[in-house]
Ligand binder design. Structure first.
Ligand SMILES: [Zn+2]
Length: 236
């Protein structure tokens, strides 16, 4: 059973990647949002070695890593295949989406290109939280396709009630400032520095170790929540 396997996922410092990947991911570079404010892009990424790995790794009980790296031809060609890279802060997004899922009482479906988008993605014109791995575009909740003002307003309210840090886009047709066919949930420009990382250098290489990121959580889940997790997975 895949849920009982232990899957390792490597954390990488994007400054250690090859030139092409650095030019795509732009670690540490400053980019401007639609209001002209400058934000520093993330530097630490999960390296997802294969599609199989991304489907077997769950960030939370109901969200697999694969759901956050689903892209099409709008993404840089190098990131359309393995290995893929996603900022480490995606685990925080997954946590909030799990709370959102519980609040709406239904499964939550992220759109293609709806989570991480690199700075080279064709939809990345201004700095949006998607480039930090901290935003999700949700196009379906349960059996409801999210595309009317009524449904978007309703689910935006649920998302905003989760935390003052959750930001949504109002219903409207002005792309980037509003949304008319999805719910956009974002946590802002959060970067996450994994505890294995030593921050005592600017750009010099350092040793990369595989991270058994989700092993502890899985162990605990099996101990305390095994039966409940199976039931909830069926509901998805
Ligand atoms: Zn969005």
């Amino acid at each position: 059973m895949s849920e009982h396997e232990t899957t390792s996922i490597k954390v990488v410092d994007a400054f250690d990647l090859d030139d092409e990947l650095r030019s795509i991911l732009k670690p540490g570079e400053m980019v401007r949002d639609a209001q002209g404010r400058r934000h520093r892009l993330p530097r630490y990424f999960y390296e997802v070695p294969s599609h199989e790995a991304s489907t077997s790794i769950r960030l939370t009980p109901h969200f697999g890593l694969n759901e956050f790296i689903l892209v099409d031809l709008k993404e840089a060609e190098r990131l359309q295949g393995a290995p893929q890279y996603i900022p480490c802060a995606v685990s925080l997004l997954a946590f909030f989406l799990e709370q959102f899922r519980a609040a709406v009482g239904a499964s939550v479906h992220i759109a293609v290109n709806g989570a991480y988008r690199s700075p080279q993605h064709r939809l990345s014109q201004n700095a949006t939280a998607h480039m930090w791995g901290t935003a999700a575009d949700i196009y379906r909740i349960g059996t409801t396709i999210v595309k009317t003002k009524e449904t978007i307003d309703k689910y935006n309210d649920v998302a905003e009630d989760l935390s003052a840090d959750v930001h949504v886009l109002p219903y409207g047709h002005d792309t980037g400032h509003a949304a008319d066919d999805h719910v956009h949930i974002d946590l802002g420009y959060i970067t996450l520095v994994p505890r294995e990382i030593s921050e005592d250098r600017m750009e010099l290489p350092q040793e990369n170790r595989p991270r058994f990121a989700f092993e502890d959580r899985r162990r605990r889940e099996r101990r305390t929540n095994g039966a409940a997790a199976v039931g909830a997975e069926e509901a998805k």
